[in-house]
Design a protein around this ligand. Structure first.
Ligand code: AMP
Ligand code: MG
Length: 425
């Protein structure tokens, strides 16, 4: 058994980011920038009005001043108007400031009288003018390499006229759930059987990371069918196998992987829940000399098939295999602590950690065991309280939780202490 820190470090040392790719901005949500982006335009792009009103010269605009309206500037093409003292230009939100104007009077603050207006307020220099570059300077960084594309960042890039951008690669995945006792939704439960829930859990977690799930299979605890399922799953960047990684006679995953030629780098980690966690990899075989002598026609047919099987790994690629314990909470914890950071690294992210927040603990907690313990609980109004049974099968408690508190070996916390919790919702 190795420590959780060592397991994570070994996984992240093994995994490398996928090659970057160009995507249209509209498909970039949740991706990670493969390079830094810098403003090529200031924001605002030009001085403009923040209100519907009148563009004026502030110093010639005392309360009760009467001004002649000499033109109109809507948002859109600059009409190159000019304002002199004693004049005003009718203007609308987002319209370019006429030359000479240095303030806007809101339309609510004037009385219109034919071609003239009377100002009903004191006007100060710069009132309701949005200055060129006041929000963002040309050359300022707008997105760092490895940063996640969020809705607002996408809007900012769009405001720069950027239509495509370079992001980290897309990860694709297969999920295999194992166990003779497992039954699919819609089928009848016989005595001793349970409904299979881990593939739904893992599918949801993978989707939240932005992973394309290409294959979801259930497999009985049977050597041959497990080997066949694994072979199919290994055509993806990552393969997640749930169950069958523990020490019982029906836990066949480790042997099946080895029989297929996969390397098992990690098995059993000092984490609670989740001890039987496994990490391995399978180098996809390089094309053999024989295959390179095949006719150009058969090669091009193969390339065509590959191109159609969306996102399948290149034949020279590597599939990373995560064996998660079958107990649902163990699968959840090990996914978030080991699989998620690995996926994020493949996708080109810089920050691989779950977000953390400080919280006031509501109870005393001590870890007397020999593994780091992830307590599931609810973070609400700045307070963290453990929820439900802290056992690896307790799916209901997990479903009511939104945060982890990690208790290291021998670590104790007192009620009312401020602790850092990891959040996932
Ligand atoms: P295993 O890791 O295969 O020994 O399974 C440990 C526990 O998790 C057993 O109680 C299984 O019935 C349960 N389990 C395993 N796989 C699943 C699954 N896909 N969905 C729900 N429960 C599971
Ligand atoms: Mg099992």
């Amino acid at each position: 058994m190795i420590s959780e820190e060592e397991a994570r470090a070994r996984i992240l040392d093994t995994i490398k980011p996928l090659p970057e790719r160009a995507v249209p901005l509209a498909q970039a949500l949740g991706c990670f920038a493969a390079q830094g982006y810098f403003a090529r335009l200031p924001l605002h792009v030009f001085d403009n009005s923040a209100m519907d009103g009148y563009a004026v010269v502030a110093r010639a605009c005392k309360k009760r001043a009467r001004l002649r309206v000499t033109g109109e500037q809507p948002a859109g093409r600059d009409r190159q108007l000019r304002v002199s003292p004693g004049e005003a230009v009718r203007i609308f939100t987002g319209a370019p400031m006429p030359a000479g104007a240095d303030a806007i009077v809101m339309q609510e603050d004037v009385t219109r009288d034919g071609d003239e207006i009377v100002i009903n307020v004191d006007v100060d220099l710069g009132d309701f003018v949005r200055r060129r570059g006041c929000d963002l300077a040309e050359g300022q960084r707008i997105l760092a390499k490895g940063e996640r594309l969020r809705a607002a960042t996408i809007a900012l890039l769009a405001s720069q006229g950027i239509g495509d951008l370079t992001v980290g690669g897309e990860v694709n995945a297969a999920i295999i759930s194992t166990g003779d006792e497992l039954v699919k939704a819609g089928e009848k439960l016989e005595p001793g059987e349970i409904y299979e829930s881990n593939s739904a859990l893992l599918n949801a977690l993978l989707q939240r990371c932005g992973v394309a799930v290409n294959l979801v299979e259930h497999c009985r605890d049977e050597r041959e069918s497990l080997r066949e399922a694994i072979k199919r799953g290994m055509k993806n960047h990552i393969l997640i196998i749930s169950g069958g990684v523990s020490v019982g006679e029906h836990d066949l995953v480790k042997d099946a992987l080895r029989e297929l030629g996969a390397e098992v780098d990690i098995w059993r980690v000092a984490i609670k829940p989740g001890k039987p966690f496994l990490f391995g990899r399978m180098q996809q075989s390089k094309p053999s000399p024989q295959s390179s002598q095949r006719s150009a026609r058969s090669r091009s047919r193969e390339a065509d098939t590959k191109a159609r099987s969306k996102g399948a790994v290149a034949s020279s690629g590597c599939c990373f295999i995560f064996g998660l314990p079958g107990n649902p909470v163990s699968a959840f914890v090990t996914f978030l602590q080991f699989v998620r950071p690995a996926i994020l690294k493949m996708m080109g992210a810089i920050n691989l950690d779950l977000p953390q927040l400080p919280a006031r603990l509501t109870v005393d907690l001590t870890n007397e065991g020999d593994r780091a313990h992830y307590i599931r609980g609810k973070l609400e109004h700045g307070k963290f309280s453990p929820v439900g049974r802290q056992e690896s099968h307790a799916l209901f408690g997990l479903s009511q939780s939104n945060a982890f508190l990690r208790l290291g070996l021998g670590q104790s916390f007192r009620a009312d202490e401020i602790v850092d919790v990891q959040i996932w919702d």
